[in-house]
Design a protein around this ligand. Structure first.
Ligand code: FAD
Ligand code: SF4
Ligand code: SF4
Ligand code: SF4
Length: 381
């Protein structure tokens, strides 16, 4: 049965939990708050499927040379509510218009993030937007398999390691499955978000109604965190000033596997990858209105067919791969592990605000740059 000897090798994808015929693999939080499999020995029949699904090398799609595009959705109000150029929603709309099913990450009623599916367009909103915390895939791989075997088209979206987990679980190709991953910086545990929300709930004396990590009212490049409370109050802070985003971007509290990510560059198993098209203002300024531009990387014929089906609802232009990589290292490289990670984790769990202020200081030169940039932006308005 599965046992985790090296934490950095476990992404928490949940394939072992999904495949166990006795339902005796549980995903439990470790002392850092990340989920790892734990077997309930009393029910285990020692079939070793959980080990095999994890060892199984994924099938890398080789029928296609990657192509990259800068894309902005022409559905303006949806793009405004999306993290980048709103391409996820275009893909999801198309699949649902054709009687398919869309899987992705949403906030549950405890403000943890988990995977689930939608089958109507009204529900896409709950999957829309980046949630900067690890999503629990639960038993969704089993649900995907059921839909596929009923002949439904399934769009499964998530991190690269979740796509890898799903494909290992399925163990074979399905013509009616299409997978879309994201360019991925890494994930933090639900525990960190909980601490942050507790602080805000106390300050605002209210429960949380909604969270957007990528509010664009201050621009896409200079995005903000926006939280609405049930008492009508709201919190809006630029990411560079927000405590949660400062800790997320500092890479201090990422899952150990994210520092050795098995899904970067050519190791991806998805058909389409979506990310922020950072550098668009330099590479193709005609697609930059600071309301969000997606980088779309196509890895397979299936991916290209789906992209062709949504192109009429978007402005797009092909871009050389080598040009985008330099502005977005997360496409090809794992985050570098900070030396003081463990110390930070110990302290942040005791004192969230003070620890982040101490560890995630913004360098003076950057602070000056931000201030000048904001001054120019306010004069331009
Ligand atoms: C944890 C995380 C780290 C990221 N890091 C980078 C990065 O370093 N560089 C970069 O260019 N882009 C990164 N992205 C991707 C980027 O923020 C956008 O999600 C992406 O460009 C799609 O944007 P969109 O406008 O098309 O759609 P949106 O509507 O904004 O995106 C929705 C999509 O994101 C998925 N999603 C949201 N939260 C999660 C989650 N916690 N786990 C798994 N899937 C999730 C949904 O299932 C859906 O597929 C990251 C996203 C996440 C969630
Ligand atoms: S299958 Fe996924 S969750 Fe299970 S041990 Fe392997 S990497 Fe971890
Ligand atoms: S060995 Fe088989 S029964 Fe035991 S935990 Fe693994 S998958 Fe489940
Ligand atoms: S960085 Fe890699 S291992 Fe970490 S969540 Fe993203 S895809 Fe998974």
């Amino acid at each position: 049965m599965i046992e985790i000897s090296e934490k950095s090798k476990c992404t928490g994808c949940g394939a072992c939990q999904n495949i166990c015929p006795k339902n005796c693999v549980e995903m439990l939080a470790d002392e850092e708050g990340f989920l790892y499999p734990k077997v309930r020995n009393e029910y285990c029949i020692n079939c070793r499927l959980c080990e095999k699904v994890c060892d199984k090398p994924g099938k890398i799609i080789t029928d296609y040379s990657d192509r990259a595009f800068g894309v902005i959705s022409s559905r303006e109000n949806i793009r405004k509510r999306s993290s980048s150029g709103g391409v996820f929603s275009l893909l999801a709309d198309f699949i649902l218009d054709n009687d398919g099913i869309v899987f992705g990450a949403y906030f549950n009623n405890k403000w943890s993030v988990e995977h689930g599916y939608v089958n109507t367009k009204n529900d896409i909103d709950k999957l829309r937007g980046s949630k900067y915390v690890q999503s629990d895939t639960r038993y969704t791989y089993r649900e995907v398999k059921q839909f596929l075997e009923l002949g439904k088209t399934v769009l499964f979206t998530g991190t690269g390691c979740q796509i890898k987990g799903l494909k290992s679980f399925l163990g074979k190709d399905y013509e009616n499955l299409i997978c879309q991953d994201i360019v991925c910086h890494g994930v933090t545990p639900p525990r960190l978000l909980k601490k942050y929300l507790e602080l805000l709930k106390k300050k605002y004396k209210s429960e949380v109604r909604s969270i957007s990590f990528r509010d664009k009212s201050t621009g896409w490049k200079n995005y903000s965190v926006k939280i609405l409370f049930t008492n009508g109050k709201s919190y809006l802070k630029r990411a560079s000033d927000d405590l949660y985003m400062r800790s997320f971007l500092s890479k201090l509290y990422l899952r150990p596997s994210c520092y050795e990510c098995p899904c970067k560059g050519e190791k991806r198993e998805s058909d389409i990858t979506l990310g922020d098209f950072w550098g668009v203002n330099k590479i193709m300024p005609e697609l930059d209105d600071d309301n969000g531009c997606s980088l779309v990387i196509i890895h397979s014929k299936k991916g290209m067919e789906l992209f062709n089906s949504i192109k009429e609802y978007a402005l797009f232009k092909e871009v050389e791969f080598s040009k985008v990589e330099q502005y977005n290292k997360a496409i090809i490289e794992s985050a570098e592990k900070p030396q003081n990670r463990e110390k930070f984790i110990k302290e942040v769990n005791d004192n969230f605000a003070r620890t982040i202020k101490n560890y995630c200081k913004i360098p003076v030169f950057l602070m000056v740059k931000i201030k000048i940039w904001r001054l120019f932006a306010s004069i331009k308005k």
